[in-house]
Design a protein around this ligand. Structure first.
Ligand code: TPP
Ligand code: MG
Length: 256
Protein backbone atom coordinates (compact mmCIF):
# COMPACT_ATOMS: atom_id res chain seq x y z
CA UNK A 1 0.00 0.00 0.00
CA UNK A 2 2.82 2.39 0.87
CA UNK A 3 4.62 1.68 -2.41
CA UNK A 4 1.50 2.13 -4.53
CA UNK A 5 0.57 5.34 -2.72
CA UNK A 6 4.03 6.88 -2.67
CA UNK A 7 4.83 6.18 -6.33
CA UNK A 8 1.29 6.54 -7.63
CA UNK A 9 1.38 3.29 -9.57
CA UNK A 10 1.03 -0.45 -9.10
CA UNK A 11 -1.56 -3.17 -8.74
CA UNK A 12 -2.90 -3.10 -5.21
CA UNK A 13 -5.89 -5.43 -5.75
CA UNK A 14 -3.75 -8.35 -6.87
CA UNK A 15 -1.07 -7.53 -4.29
CA UNK A 16 -3.57 -7.94 -1.49
CA UNK A 17 -5.09 -11.15 -2.89
CA UNK A 18 -1.69 -12.84 -3.15
CA UNK A 19 0.19 -11.52 -0.12
CA UNK A 20 -1.08 -14.17 2.31
CA UNK A 21 0.14 -16.97 0.03
CA UNK A 22 3.51 -15.27 -0.53
CA UNK A 23 3.86 -14.69 3.20
CA UNK A 24 3.37 -18.37 3.93
CA UNK A 25 5.70 -19.47 1.14
CA UNK A 26 8.55 -17.13 2.11
CA UNK A 27 8.34 -17.41 5.90
CA UNK A 28 7.21 -21.00 6.46
CA UNK A 29 7.69 -23.10 3.36
CA UNK A 30 10.63 -22.35 1.12
CA UNK A 31 14.27 -23.08 1.70
CA UNK A 32 15.16 -19.45 1.02
CA UNK A 33 16.60 -16.58 3.00
CA UNK A 34 19.12 -13.77 2.84
CA UNK A 35 22.08 -16.13 3.34
CA UNK A 36 20.95 -18.48 0.57
CA UNK A 37 20.72 -16.09 -2.38
CA UNK A 38 23.61 -17.79 -4.20
CA UNK A 39 23.00 -21.28 -2.85
CA UNK A 40 22.36 -23.59 -5.82
CA UNK A 41 20.01 -25.58 -3.62
CA UNK A 42 17.80 -22.64 -2.65
CA UNK A 43 14.15 -23.10 -3.54
CA UNK A 44 13.15 -21.08 -6.60
CA UNK A 45 10.25 -18.64 -6.54
CA UNK A 46 8.63 -17.09 -9.63
CA UNK A 47 5.96 -14.42 -9.46
CA UNK A 48 4.42 -15.04 -12.84
CA UNK A 49 1.73 -12.40 -12.19
CA UNK A 50 4.58 -9.92 -12.17
CA UNK A 51 2.35 -6.83 -12.25
CA UNK A 52 1.81 -7.37 -8.50
CA UNK A 53 5.51 -6.97 -7.79
CA UNK A 54 4.80 -4.75 -4.78
CA UNK A 55 3.85 -7.78 -2.67
CA UNK A 56 7.19 -9.37 -3.54
CA UNK A 57 9.17 -6.18 -2.87
CA UNK A 58 7.49 -5.87 0.53
CA UNK A 59 8.62 -9.35 1.54
CA UNK A 60 12.14 -8.98 0.15
CA UNK A 61 12.48 -5.70 2.09
CA UNK A 62 11.18 -7.32 5.26
CA UNK A 63 13.67 -10.18 4.85
CA UNK A 64 16.48 -7.63 4.49
CA UNK A 65 17.25 -8.75 0.93
CA UNK A 66 16.26 -5.42 -0.60
CA UNK A 67 17.42 -2.28 1.18
CA UNK A 68 14.33 -0.28 2.08
CA UNK A 69 16.24 2.99 1.79
CA UNK A 70 17.76 2.17 -1.60
CA UNK A 71 14.38 1.02 -2.85
CA UNK A 72 12.49 4.14 -1.83
CA UNK A 73 15.24 6.40 -3.16
CA UNK A 74 15.46 4.82 -6.59
CA UNK A 75 12.18 3.06 -7.46
CA UNK A 76 11.13 3.93 -10.99
CA UNK A 77 14.16 6.14 -11.71
CA UNK A 78 15.98 5.79 -15.02
CA UNK A 79 18.51 2.94 -14.82
CA UNK A 80 17.28 1.46 -11.54
CA UNK A 81 16.67 -2.25 -11.04
CA UNK A 82 13.62 -1.42 -8.92
CA UNK A 83 11.01 -1.26 -11.61
CA UNK A 84 7.30 -1.92 -12.02
CA UNK A 85 7.72 -5.67 -12.57
CA UNK A 86 10.15 -8.25 -11.13
CA UNK A 87 13.70 -8.00 -12.45
CA UNK A 88 16.33 -10.68 -12.01
CA UNK A 89 18.93 -7.94 -11.60
CA UNK A 90 17.68 -7.99 -7.99
CA UNK A 91 19.20 -10.76 -5.89
CA UNK A 92 16.38 -13.03 -4.75
CA UNK A 93 14.33 -12.60 -7.91
CA UNK A 94 14.83 -15.53 -10.26
CA UNK A 95 13.01 -14.34 -13.35
CA UNK A 96 11.93 -11.19 -15.14
CA UNK A 97 8.16 -11.44 -15.30
CA UNK A 98 5.13 -9.36 -16.10
CA UNK A 99 4.39 -10.55 -19.58
CA UNK A 100 1.72 -12.97 -18.44
CA UNK A 101 1.84 -16.63 -19.44
CA UNK A 102 5.56 -17.24 -19.13
CA UNK A 103 6.19 -18.01 -15.47
CA UNK A 104 4.88 -21.56 -15.45
CA UNK A 105 6.94 -22.57 -18.49
CA UNK A 106 10.15 -21.15 -17.03
CA UNK A 107 9.38 -22.82 -13.69
CA UNK A 108 8.94 -26.12 -15.52
CA UNK A 109 12.44 -25.59 -16.89
CA UNK A 110 13.82 -24.94 -13.40
CA UNK A 111 12.12 -28.08 -12.09
CA UNK A 112 13.44 -30.21 -14.96
CA UNK A 113 16.93 -28.82 -14.32
CA UNK A 114 16.68 -29.92 -10.68
CA UNK A 115 15.67 -33.44 -11.72
CA UNK A 116 18.46 -33.71 -14.27
CA UNK A 117 21.15 -32.52 -11.86
CA UNK A 118 19.79 -34.44 -8.86
CA UNK A 119 19.36 -31.18 -6.99
CA UNK A 120 16.74 -31.22 -4.28
CA UNK A 121 15.46 -27.63 -4.55
CA UNK A 122 11.78 -27.12 -5.24
CA UNK A 123 10.26 -24.55 -7.59
CA UNK A 124 7.26 -22.40 -6.63
CA UNK A 125 5.29 -20.26 -9.05
CA UNK A 126 2.31 -17.96 -8.49
CA UNK A 127 0.07 -17.11 -11.44
CA UNK A 128 -3.04 -14.99 -11.86
CA UNK A 129 -6.40 -16.43 -12.84
CA UNK A 130 -6.80 -14.05 -15.79
CA UNK A 131 -3.34 -15.26 -16.76
CA UNK A 132 -4.87 -18.69 -17.41
CA UNK A 133 -6.23 -17.25 -20.67
CA UNK A 134 -2.72 -17.47 -22.11
CA UNK A 135 -2.30 -20.65 -24.18
CA UNK A 136 1.35 -20.96 -23.13
CA UNK A 137 0.18 -21.76 -19.58
CA UNK A 138 -1.44 -24.95 -20.85
CA UNK A 139 1.58 -26.01 -22.87
CA UNK A 140 3.61 -25.70 -19.69
CA UNK A 141 0.94 -27.57 -17.73
CA UNK A 142 1.22 -30.49 -20.16
CA UNK A 143 5.00 -30.53 -19.93
CA UNK A 144 4.93 -30.45 -16.11
CA UNK A 145 2.86 -33.61 -15.86
CA UNK A 146 4.65 -35.28 -18.77
CA UNK A 147 7.97 -34.87 -16.95
CA UNK A 148 6.39 -35.91 -13.62
CA UNK A 149 7.58 -32.74 -11.91
CA UNK A 150 6.71 -33.48 -8.30
CA UNK A 151 9.28 -30.83 -7.36
CA UNK A 152 7.05 -28.11 -8.87
CA UNK A 153 4.35 -26.30 -6.92
CA UNK A 154 2.11 -23.87 -8.76
CA UNK A 155 -0.55 -21.55 -7.42
CA UNK A 156 -3.36 -19.80 -9.23
CA UNK A 157 -4.39 -16.71 -7.30
CA UNK A 158 -8.08 -17.28 -7.93
CA UNK A 159 -9.49 -13.85 -7.14
CA UNK A 160 -12.03 -14.17 -9.99
CA UNK A 161 -11.19 -10.75 -11.44
CA UNK A 162 -8.83 -9.75 -14.19
CA UNK A 163 -7.98 -6.34 -15.63
CA UNK A 164 -11.33 -5.60 -17.26
CA UNK A 165 -13.85 -7.60 -15.26
CA UNK A 166 -14.81 -10.98 -13.82
CA UNK A 167 -12.88 -13.92 -15.24
CA UNK A 168 -16.08 -15.88 -15.78
CA UNK A 169 -17.41 -13.16 -18.11
CA UNK A 170 -14.20 -12.68 -20.07
CA UNK A 171 -13.03 -16.29 -20.47
CA UNK A 172 -14.66 -18.79 -18.17
CA UNK A 173 -12.24 -20.97 -16.26
CA UNK A 174 -14.42 -23.26 -14.19
CA UNK A 175 -13.78 -25.83 -13.12
CA UNK A 176 -10.12 -24.93 -12.94
CA UNK A 177 -9.28 -27.67 -10.45
CA UNK A 178 -10.65 -30.47 -12.61
CA UNK A 179 -8.97 -28.99 -15.70
CA UNK A 180 -5.57 -29.24 -14.02
CA UNK A 181 -6.43 -32.69 -12.66
CA UNK A 182 -7.24 -33.81 -16.21
CA UNK A 183 -3.89 -32.39 -17.29
CA UNK A 184 -2.26 -34.83 -14.86
CA UNK A 185 -1.71 -32.57 -11.85
CA UNK A 186 -2.44 -33.10 -8.20
CA UNK A 187 -4.93 -30.22 -8.01
CA UNK A 188 -6.56 -28.82 -4.91
CA UNK A 189 -8.75 -25.81 -4.15
CA UNK A 190 -8.30 -23.92 -0.89
CA UNK A 191 -9.13 -20.64 0.82
CA UNK A 192 -5.98 -18.69 0.01
CA UNK A 193 -6.34 -16.47 3.07
CA UNK A 194 -6.40 -19.41 5.48
CA UNK A 195 -2.91 -20.35 6.65
CA UNK A 196 -4.01 -23.78 7.95
CA UNK A 197 -5.38 -24.68 4.54
CA UNK A 198 -2.28 -23.35 2.80
CA UNK A 199 -0.05 -25.40 5.13
CA UNK A 200 -2.09 -28.56 4.55
CA UNK A 201 -2.03 -28.18 0.75
CA UNK A 202 1.73 -27.61 0.75
CA UNK A 203 2.30 -30.62 2.99
CA UNK A 204 0.26 -32.82 0.64
CA UNK A 205 2.18 -31.41 -2.32
CA UNK A 206 5.47 -32.55 -0.78
CA UNK A 207 4.02 -36.00 -0.23
CA UNK A 208 2.70 -36.31 -3.80
CA UNK A 209 5.09 -38.25 -5.99
CA UNK A 210 5.19 -38.38 -9.79
CA UNK A 211 3.04 -35.30 -10.47
CA UNK A 212 3.20 -31.55 -9.99
CA UNK A 213 0.78 -29.84 -7.61
CA UNK A 214 -1.56 -26.99 -8.47
CA UNK A 215 -3.16 -25.00 -5.67
CA UNK A 216 -6.24 -23.09 -6.76
CA UNK A 217 -6.08 -20.42 -4.11
CA UNK A 218 -9.47 -18.77 -3.73
CA UNK A 219 -8.82 -15.20 -2.73
CA UNK A 220 -10.38 -11.76 -2.58
CA UNK A 221 -8.91 -9.06 -4.79
CA UNK A 222 -8.12 -6.06 -2.58
CA UNK A 223 -8.35 -8.24 0.57
CA UNK A 224 -8.20 -6.31 3.82
CA UNK A 225 -9.52 -2.94 2.67
CA UNK A 226 -13.32 -2.87 2.50
CA UNK A 227 -13.67 -0.42 -0.38
CA UNK A 228 -11.09 -2.27 -2.48
CA UNK A 229 -12.37 -5.81 -1.97
CA UNK A 230 -13.79 -7.42 -5.12
CA UNK A 231 -13.77 -4.09 -6.96
CA UNK A 232 -12.29 -4.42 -10.42
CA UNK A 233 -11.23 -0.76 -10.49
CA UNK A 234 -8.63 -1.51 -7.79
CA UNK A 235 -6.73 -3.77 -10.18
CA UNK A 236 -4.68 -0.75 -11.12
CA UNK A 237 -5.90 2.30 -9.22
CA UNK A 238 -3.84 4.52 -6.97
CA UNK A 239 -5.38 5.58 -3.67
CA UNK A 240 -6.04 9.26 -3.00
CA UNK A 241 -4.69 10.74 0.23
CA UNK A 242 -8.03 10.11 1.93
CA UNK A 243 -8.29 6.54 0.60
CA UNK A 244 -4.72 5.84 1.71
CA UNK A 245 -5.54 7.06 5.20
CA UNK A 246 -8.67 4.97 5.42
CA UNK A 247 -6.89 1.88 4.06
CA UNK A 248 -4.09 2.30 6.64
CA UNK A 249 -6.66 2.55 9.42
CA UNK A 250 -8.46 -0.60 8.29
CA UNK A 251 -5.24 -2.58 7.94
CA UNK A 252 -4.02 -1.39 11.32
CA UNK A 253 -7.25 -2.80 12.82
CA UNK A 254 -6.68 -6.17 11.17
CA UNK A 255 -3.04 -6.45 12.17
CA UNK A 256 -3.11 -4.93 15.67
C1 TPP B 1 0.91 -11.02 -22.06
C2 TPP B 1 0.26 -9.92 -21.31
N1 TPP B 1 -0.89 -9.39 -21.77
C3 TPP B 1 -1.47 -8.37 -21.10
C4 TPP B 1 -0.92 -7.88 -19.96
C5 TPP B 1 -1.55 -6.70 -19.25
N2 TPP B 1 -2.12 -7.11 -17.96
C6 TPP B 1 -1.53 -6.78 -16.81
S1 TPP B 1 -2.35 -7.38 -15.49
C7 TPP B 1 -3.53 -8.07 -16.46
C8 TPP B 1 -4.68 -8.84 -15.85
C9 TPP B 1 -4.22 -10.03 -15.10
O1 TPP B 1 -5.27 -10.61 -14.38
P1 TPP B 1 -4.97 -11.74 -13.35
O2 TPP B 1 -4.05 -12.72 -13.97
O3 TPP B 1 -6.28 -12.26 -12.90
O4 TPP B 1 -4.18 -10.98 -12.21
P2 TPP B 1 -4.66 -10.42 -10.78
O5 TPP B 1 -6.15 -10.50 -10.73
O6 TPP B 1 -4.04 -11.33 -9.79
O7 TPP B 1 -4.16 -9.03 -10.69
C10 TPP B 1 -3.27 -7.84 -17.80
C11 TPP B 1 -4.12 -8.31 -18.90
C12 TPP B 1 0.29 -8.46 -19.51
N3 TPP B 1 0.89 -8.05 -18.38
N4 TPP B 1 0.84 -9.49 -20.19
MG1 MG C 1 -7.25 -12.28 -11.11
Amino acid sequence: LDIVYKFNCGHIGGDFSAIDMLTYLFYSEMNFNKEKLNDPNRDRFVLSKGHTVECLYSILMDLGIISRQEFYESFGHLGTKYIFHPSNKIKGIEMNSGSLGHGLAVSVGMAIAAKRTNADYRTYVVMGDGEQDEGSVWEAAMAASHYKLDNLLAVVDRNSLQISGPTEKIMSLECLESRYAEFGWNAVTIDGHNFDQIAEALKKARETKGKPTMIISKTVKGKGVSFMENECIWHHKEPSEQEYKEACEELAEVYK
